[in-house]
Ligand binder design. Sequence first.
Ligand SMILES: N[C@@H](CCC(=O)N[C@@H](CS)C(=O)NCC(=O)O)C(=O)O
Length: 206
Amino acid sequence: MIQLYGLKMSNYYSLTKALLIEKDLAFEEVKAPPTQEEDNLVRSPMGKMPSIGVDGQYMSESLAIAAYLDRLQPTPALLPADPFAAGKVIELVCHLKLNVELVARRCLPEAFFGQTVSEETKASTHKDLAKGMQAVRRLMVCGPYAVGDTLTLADFYTFYTFGLASGITQAIYGENLLDGHDNIAQLLTKLAQHPSIARVEAEKAG
Ligand SMILES: N[C@@H](CCC(=O)N[C@@H](CS)C(=O)NCC(=O)O)C(=O)O
């Protein structure tokens, strides 16, 4: 049995939970807020969530966990068998994580936690997000899934990246991040109905 540590409010926790469900792996959820306490740092060296426990060993970073789960339970495969195609999925995941999600996150404290972010940060975030969106747009096929006709890991990152980033741009700039990206908006609607993601979202309320 795998332990999933973190909180339901976290997009990366939710993504990892959706992957565990997608893979039909047995897991239990353990409430663990992000802290710099030793017990959490042992699981997650930056003190973030999520992390998983496997037979007394721990792993952090959603992408590392996803790579582990895809090998542990190869079906349904979330990375293509073709090595280059698999690399392309990870490439898109990296751009979503680093150039959209992580950039938008700079404004998270003001968007959702009542803190203040400097005008300078808001301006640089706006500029960098536009660049990140261009990068993602070049790589995303939306045909209908992120990289083609098959669901991959990139779809899970698409759903949970834009779930957070769109909320932040709406709150900070009053802008819809997906304006002009109708194909991504349509993909998000489709992914919201995908059973593993739908279950995670439904269970957030509980
Ligand atoms: N690169 C990490 C990011 C994880 C992350 O940003 N987690 C957030 C919640 S979604 C967190 O723990 N934030 C609290 C903190 O940074 O202290 C991953 O992919 O798992």
